[in-house]
Design a protein around this ligand. Structure first.
Ligand code: FMN
Length: 324
């Protein structure tokens, strides 16, 4: 189950990766995941190629900052071959270790630009976009897709052919249709379809949060597994799963340590965003994940979501996690 992952001509130490989460997966989060979880690699948030090419330098800094020592997969978003080629060159220069194209985002604003999951209805476009990435980098390139399960769509086969013909180096499959958000059960058979159809590593994704869910995903035959939401607030999760898969008990950090991790995340955001208030606003969106194990997590989240400044955010974390 847990073993080294081979992609193109690189072997990664394990086959668990930390996936992309817009609004979360910037450097301060990934620094915690690197230190505590030690994934094969982590993903950036989805980065619009237009933002990379034309955006202001402050915004770009948020997206391109790499944590020292991390292996990083830059995730790009585009439906334009020329822009994607240029952005691929740019992130290669910024130190990308792998480069992924988002072909699964269900958000209307992204789909209306012909990007994200909209691309799943255009297999020939996906072929051209993968070729544009391949021609502009030496890094392994991949796409992250959703599947056609539980819908009238039938794109799995066409997408698999486009990926194979274009020579992608690996693929990540989130086992739900883009219309189905995040809550219905994952379609493992669709992930297994891509494993059977392709000769490249397939990374399975969807709802991995514990050993049984990890085992279920590996039954699809996938070479690796992506953990996304469950890594937030428990950056040690990948090491926990690796230990448990080897029948070694894992001691989950105490609330005191979790509170300190949350504060470290928050201080990292203050530095990255050069604004304490923006950092607190962003931290409010994921406070619930750090609060998973708090007995009074509801009250903590209400309190935290009311605070606007760093001093009170730090104090509330101390009250609940450290002094409480
Ligand atoms: C808030 C949020 C932001 C996300 N941002 C991205 C993103 O930027 N790029 C992407 O490919 N997927 C994104 N996803 C999808 C996740 O990477 C992942 O495919 C999905 O959450 C299922 O995996 P999980 O059950 O392990 O979370 C996002 C999901 C959520 C809930």
């Amino acid at each position: 189950m847990i073993k080294p992952l081979h992609i193109k001509n690189t072997t990664y130490s394990c086959n668990l990766v930390q996936g992309p989460l817009a609004g979360v997966s910037c450097a301060p989060f990934r620094a915690l995941v690197l230190k505590w979880g030690k994934p094969a690699f982590s993903y950036t948030e989805m980065i619009s190629c237009k933002t990379l090419i034309h955006g202001n330098p402050t915004l770009q800094q948020r997206f391109v900052l790499k944590v020292p020592g991390e292996t990083l997969c830059f995730q790009l978003s585009s439906n334009n071959v020329f822009e994607l080629g240029l952005a691929t060159r740019m992130v290669t220069d910024y130190g990308a270790d792998l480069i992924d194209l988002n072909c699964g985002c269900p958000v209307k604003k992204i789909r209306s630009k012909g990007a994200g999951s909209h691309l799943l209805s255009e297999a020939s476009k996906i072929y051209s976009l993968i070729r544009a990435m391949k021609e502009n980098t030496h890094c392994p390139v991949s796409i992250k897709i959703r599947v056609d399960a539980d819908s009238d769509d039938h794109f799995n086969q066409d997408i698999a052919s486009a990926i194979a013909d274009a020579g992608a180096d690996f693929i990540t499959v989130h086992g739900r249709h883009w219309r189905h958000g995040y809550d219905i059960p994952c379609a493992y058979d669709d992930i297994a379809f891509f494993v059977d159809a392709l000769d490249i590593p397939v990374i399975g994704n969807g709802d991995i949060a514990c050993l049984p869910s990890l085992k279920r995903m590996f039954k699809t035959g996938c070479a690796g597994v992506m953990i996304a939401r469950a890594g937030v607030g428990q950056p040690w999760l990948i090491q926990q799963l690796i230990s448990q898969a080897q029948n070694v008990p894992y001691q989950i950090p105490l609330p005191l340590t979790i509170g300190k991790l949350f504060q470290e995340h928050l201080f990292g955001l203050c530095k990255l965003l050069s604004s304490d208030n923006f950092a607190v606003l962003q931290a409010r969106t994921f406070a619930k994940y750090y609060a998973r194990t708090l007995p009074n997590k509801q009250v903590f989240c209400e309190d935290f979501n009311r605070c606007n400044d760093l001093k009170s955010a730090v104090r509330i974390i101390e009250d609940y996690f450290i002094d409480g």
